[in-house]
Design a protein around this ligand. Sequence first.
Ligand code: FDM
Length: 219
Amino acid sequence: MTRGRLILFEGLDRTGKTTQSEALLKYLNLQGDQSSSSKRCELIKFPERSTPIGKLINNYLVDKSFKLPDQSIHLLFSSNRWELTEQIKSSLQKGNDVLLDRYVFSGIAYSLAKDTERMDFDWCLSPDIGLIKPDLTIFLTTDSDISTSNQINNRSGFGAERYEKSDFQLKVKAKFDIVFNYFFKDYTKSSSATTSNMYTSSDGITTLLKVNVIDKDIP
Ligand code: FDM
């Protein structure tokens, strides 16, 4: 039996990760229905808020008065990925494709954006060492910092959760560049916008799509 594919959607808030991952889920499941195999595709969104650790993370995100050291919440996000690792591996082994909405790269970029003393890149990566590596990563971002701010400010309901502030999102955007430059050999080359990798949704939000196969393993 061929192992299923692990496909990751990463990116800033409000760039269409959920829309795109749900569309691909539907498409792959339709293909599965049409073929003779009983392969199914599943989508896992991180943080997965229903697990014991996910519930803690959810409290932290929705309740801004809930205090946790930056180190602790970083480790909880990583721990949440470990909670789901066996499930992901077993689905892939059955030949099912697994789609992920956020993963290790969000973990590093969001924590680095906090500029916490001694939480450098290596520190942030270390709890994720050994996690299963995606076969394909699709990074959704915006073309400029101005569009990032505008998109974020115009989002309905934006600001309800802890990290939903446009100045913080701009920092995350810069940190994603550091993270992707480290993991993907051709990241810089793929970063300029062309008509083929831009799309605008019905609410006028423009997204830049960068598709990369991971070059370095999650060690
Ligand atoms: N987030 C998500 C992190 O800070 N670290 C992580 O490891 C992950 C997976 O959680 F602001 C942040 C990113 C986002 C918040 O994610 C909740 P969604 O995609 O908005 O639910």
